[in-house]
Ligand binder design. Structure first.
Ligand SMILES: [Zn+2]
Length: 459
């Protein structure tokens, strides 16, 4: 595979280095500038580039930089690549990713051009996950430079499709070597000890002729895992439903808009869901639609998991449910749900409960699911990484995290999320002006360098 990356010299020249940066940090920042310049958003597959040309380009850059830093490299046919140091048993794995989410609008800098302002690096991927990935690469390069004698090998696996389903690491897991113990720098510090399970479910309500003939449009939400802040319905002029609206004027369609407040789908209590405000209103206008009435009742507030008999909790917290999207398909109302589940509930429990709660002829389809991941807080993996974190930061009070969001760690056996965002740091991941403090990148190299040594010697 040829290695082509345009204009990387120009890219590095535009970065202003701070005086206090050592050469290691300068080189990392330069490589980050090169990687950020690649808009590695997953796209249609090409030979040896299952996630498109740009993701392939990011992978080639990673592999060539790793080789230049004295590390062995390999790849899983464009799904993922790796850099390796040491010999013998594959004792330590690091899982990071090269793909990014689309830039979106409202950036104050150019998203695919690394810029540094007041010691903060800006650009798509600087915190998720190109910066942390490079910090791990430089931690390994430092071990190589020191000729550090590890007991076994350490492998940094660079996936190319984390943001759109992690097909990269799924492929890797079924084709390549699994490290004995791994961490992923794709979450927060200190250690994410447990993550809820995830179920994305499509609920298609039964066909109702009144709804099919009266409802011209129903749209709300962009993704299952975001609390929708906008929902819009259009009702046909002259229909019974239109006549039921207080301000209908004859001859014109009735447009109904509901607004809310966005939030991450794993924390629906932090947002205000525009779709669940729309449902009861529509149910009132379309009284013949029993499916709509049932959905409006079931999903009316944050207690819907309890109504489904999924109200229990464990160390990961309570079940949450976000109605993330709604739409119309062939006259039928479709709702897309994002549930986050304590370890005691499976995705099948969710589909069973939904089928039982909704009228017959409701279609319930699983779009995506992942089981909960629970690491023993007092087990060697979590303890070892917590010790490294505490030694470097002096932060003895922050305990291991338990989150509703899913991390990359779920995809690789024996993997736990460790960093790379320090407590209290705002990085605007997945948003405009994604950022990461440059000095923290140096701390990352130190921490990951010692984490590799600690996991390598862990019994
Ligand atoms: Zn990520």
């Amino acid at each position: 595979m040829s290695i082509v990356f345009a204009n990387n010299v120009d890219i590095s020249l535009r970065i202003k280095y701070n005086k206090n940066m050592n050469d290691e940090l300068k080189n990392l920042v330069k490589d980050l500038g090169i990687l950020v310049s690649v808009p590695s958003v997953s796209s249609s597959s090409l030979p040896h580039a299952p996630f498109g040309e740009e993701n392939r380009r990011a992978l080639d850059i990673f592999l060539s930089r790793a080789a230049a830093l004295g590390l062995k490299t390999g790849e899983d046919d464009g799904y993922a690549g790796w850099a390796e140091y040491g010999n013998g048993e594959l004792r330590v794995g690091i899982l990071a990713h090269l793909d990014v989410v689309p830039a979106g609008d409202n950036w104050t800098t150019s998203p695919y051009e690394l810029s540094i302002r007041n010691g903060i690096a800006y650009g798509r991927g600087v915190s998720d996950d190109k910066g942390p990935l490079l910090a791990c690469l430089y931690a390994m390069a430092r071990l190589a430079e020191e000729k550090y004698k590890l007991r076994g090998r350490v492998r940094l696996i660079a996936g190319c499709n984390e943001e759109e389903g992690s097909a990269c690491i799924k492929h890797y897991v079924s084709h390549c070597e699994i490290p004995r113990a791994s961490f992923t720098p794709d979450s927060d510090f200190p250690v994410t000890a447990s993550e809820k399970g995830i179920a994305h479910i499509r609920v298609t309500l039964p066909y109702c002729s009144e709804t099919a003939s009266s409802l011209i449009e129903l749209s709300g939400g962009m993704r299952p895992n975001i609390v929708p802040d906008h929902c819009r319905a259009v009702i046909r002029a002259g229909s019974d439903a239109a006549l039921r609206t207080p301000d209908s004027s004859p001859g014109s369609d009735v447009v109904i808009i509901k607004n809310g407040v966005p939030a991450h789908g794993s924390t629906p209590e932090k947002g205000d869901n525009a779709i669940i405000k729309m449902l009861p209103l529509l149910a009132g206008l379309l009284p013949g639609d029993t499916g709509l009435r049932a959905a409006a009742k079931l999903f009316s507030d944050l207690d819907s998991p309890a109504r489904l008999g999924l109200g229990g909790s464990d160390v990961t917290g309570k079940t949450t449910l976000n109605v993330g999207m709604c739409g119309l398909e062939n006259g039928r109302i479709v709702l897309t749900l994002d549930l986050r589940l304590p370890a005691r509930y499976s995705c099948a429990d969710v589909t069973d409960a939904l089928r039982a709660a909704m009228p017959p002829e409701t279609a319930v389809d699983v779009l995506h699911s992942a089981p909960a991941l629970v690491h023993d807080e007092n087990g060697p993996l979590v303890r070892t990484l917590m010790d490294v974190y505490r030694k470097h930061t002096g932060d003895l009070s922050t305990e291991p995290l338990h989150i509703g969001g899913g991390t990359y760690a779920k995809e690789l056996p024996g993997c736990v999320a460790f960093g790379a965002v320090f407590p209290g740091t705002e990085t605007h991941m997945h948003e405009a002006d994604e950022s990461y403090p440059v000095d923290d990148m140096k701390r990352l190299i130190d921490i990951y360098h010692d984490a590799i040594i600690a996991l390598d010697s862990m019994e």
